[in-house]
Design a protein around this ligand. Structure first.
Ligand SMILES: Cc1cc2nc3c(=O)[nH]c(=O)nc-3n(C[C@H](O)[C@H](O)[C@H](O)COP(=O)(O)OP(=O)(O)OC[C@H]3O[C@@H](n4cnc5c(N)ncnc54)[C@H](O)[C@@H]3O)c2cc1C
Length: 407
């Protein structure tokens, strides 16, 4: 079976690469093993953790950083087009390509953010919380949302918070077993007429305050449920991330996937690429677990298989390795250099990943593979946690690689 381009991994990076290539007229296939980091999404994409402008902050990065490989101008040019790119799939993102605003974490702490999903609490770059008096509402029995932590965090920002818990009879069957009272199950139950009842109870409980903050548990497949609730409430409703699973993250993945399929892309879910067929430093095709007898051929390939979390990169007693093709990785063999004793220091292993040249082409034993590019968190050279650049690297390298392939 022949495609123009094959993308390995259907997380944020793979989907962005797939949509970009498909919309540039390439016939593409995405093979995706399973859940991705989006299932743990905070509601905000991060570009870089800084209180300066991105332009200024990115100047000092090491040359092995994916942003340095792209060049700052290119990073910022692509970043400015990201909200429009996502809006094609019906996903509305708010933020700027110049500097950070802040998001509110499930622990009530303010953290820098680049783009935040419409509907989530978004604190402007001056740090001033948009309300003085809010109601933090939880759904009775939901344990993955901690109203007291959020209220304490808001108090430190000078915001008064009233806490309330709303009971919906439609959730009684979930409440009988606490393991069932999870965000994704709530999202399946709270829709249609239930939204009207929820809006009435929220409006009554929040009377006298300026806004309602509630857990992001509405709408697994589209933002419609959240919009419908907002339209029926007397006060503005804003969502705060819950502990995983992330309903808005799963929704984002589903919406990107359905847009990719709508524009003609082929998405193979639940299959794993396990082998590559090479000829003279060119990858000719791949084999997957579920289609062992079929070779999927393409002119170019994008490896977007993620980092340790998604098994795009793995570690054994012998070393760090890339499991599909045995690509070169940037990671020392001495295990003593993998981590810092102090847990909260920047951990060296966070920067481990697949080695690439400046065009994000991968290599095996030092020989560049001419038609295989890597994108997203499988790449080496950045620390998504310390630098707060996970989604920025994933989205922007995917867009960059897609453009390099079509050029
Ligand atoms: C738990 C977690 C939460 C995060 N939350 C945020 C956040 O809120 N905001 C932010 O800015 N950044 C966040 N990040 C950083 C994150 O790395 C990026 O935001 C981004 O989502 C990573 O996308 P990716 O596509 O590169 O990798 P992933 O999301 O890891 O996706 C890789 C995909 O490849 C698939 N795959 C792997 N091997 C194979 C194979 N052999 N064959 C087929 N498919 C394969 C996996 O199943 C997976 O679906 C988070 C990271 C983690 C680990």
């Amino acid at each position: 079976m022949k495609f123009d381009s094959i993308i390995i991994g259907g997380g944020l990076s793979g989907l962005v690469a797939g949509i970009s290539l498909q919309s540039k007229g390439r016939r593409t296939l995405i093979v995706s093993a399973g859940q991705s980091a989006l299932h743990f999404f905070s509601g905000s994409f991060e570009l870089y953790n800084t209180d300066k402008s991105y332009q200024e902050a990115l100047k000092g990065l090491d040359e092995s950083h994916p942003y340095s490989k792209m060049g700052i101008e290119r990073v910022l040019e692509l970043a400015s087009g990201v909200p429009a790119f996502f809006s094609q799939a019906g996903i509305k993102l708010l933020g700027s390509a110049d500097c950070n605003h802040f998001r509110l974490t499930p622990m009530g702490v303010r953290k820098p953010a680049w783009l935040t999903l419409d509907g989530y609490v978004k604190i402007p770059s001056d740090g001033k919380f948009p309300y003085k008096n809010v109601t933090i509402a939880n759904l009775e029995g939901f344990l993955d949302f901690h109203t007291e932590f959020i209220a304490a965090g808001l108090a430190e920002q000078g915001v008064n918070a009233r806490i309330c818990s709303v009971s919906l009879p439609e959730l009684d069957y979930l409440r009988t077993n606490p393991t069932e009272m999870r965000s994704t199950n709530i999202a399946r139950a709270v829709k249609g007429d239930v939204l009207g009842a929820l809006a009435q109870k929220l409006s009554a409980a929040a009377s006298g305050t300026e806004a309602i903050l509630m857990p992001a548990v509405l709408g697994l497949e589209s933002p419609q449920a959240a919009e419908s609730l907002k339209a029926r409430c007397d006060l503005p409703v804003e969502f705060v991330a819950t502990l995983p699973p992330s309903v808005p993250g799963i929704r984002t993945q589903l919406m990107l996937r359905s847009y990719y399929q709508k524009i003609g892309g082929t998405y193979m879910l639940g299959d794993t690429v396990e082998e590559g067929l090479f000829e003279d430093d060119i990858l000719k095709g791949i084999r997957t677990v579920n289609h062992a007898d079929t070779v999927f051929e393409a002119d170019s390939f994008v490896l977007a298989s993620g980092s340790f979390f998604s098994r795009g990169v793995m570690a054994s007693q012998e070393g760090v390795y890339e499991p599909i093709f045995g690509l070169d990785v940037d990671a020392p063999s001495d295990r003593g250099q993998w981590y810092q004793e102090k847990m909260f220091e920047a951990q060296p292993y966070m920067k481990f990943g697949v080695h690439t040249d400046k065009d994000f082409k991968v290599s095996v034993s030092g020989r560049t593979i001419g038609n295989v590019y890597a994108a997203g968190s499988v790449l080496s050279g950045f620390n998504a946690v310390k630098e707060g650049c996970g989604a920025g690297v994933s989205i922007l390298t995917a867009l960059d690689v897609a453009e390099k392939i079509t050029r």
